[in-house]
Design a protein around this ligand. Structure first.
Ligand SMILES: [Zn+2]
Length: 85
């Protein structure tokens, strides 16, 4: 994609006309580890961090990041059990 003035205008408009409750990826990234920990602890992360939940629903990149984080945290919590001696 070439950044012509039209494309820039489109991007700026997208950023500033975002849904009022929407958070940028940077904000999601800050909270996503807490969100993942709550999920694994069986807490209602979506209720505690609704903006993060909403962002994960709409952003494939952050959703992938979240999925990786959950997988890593889940592995870490099961670390003492090793399949091989
Ligand atoms: Zn995102």
């Amino acid at each position: 994609m070439t950044l012509t003035p039209d494309v820039l205008r489109f991007l700026v408009r997208r950023v500033f006309n975002a849904h009022p409750g929407e958070i940028p990826c940077g904000d999601c990234y800050v909270h996503v580890d807490h969100f993942a920990e709550m999920e694994l602890a069986g807490l209602d992360a979506a209720a505690a961090l609704p903006l993060v939940e909403e962002h994960l629903q709409t952003c494939p990149g952050c959703r992938e990041e979240f999925a990786c984080l959950v997988a890593v945290l889940r592995d870490a919590s099961q670390a003492p059990e090793r399949a091989e001696p």
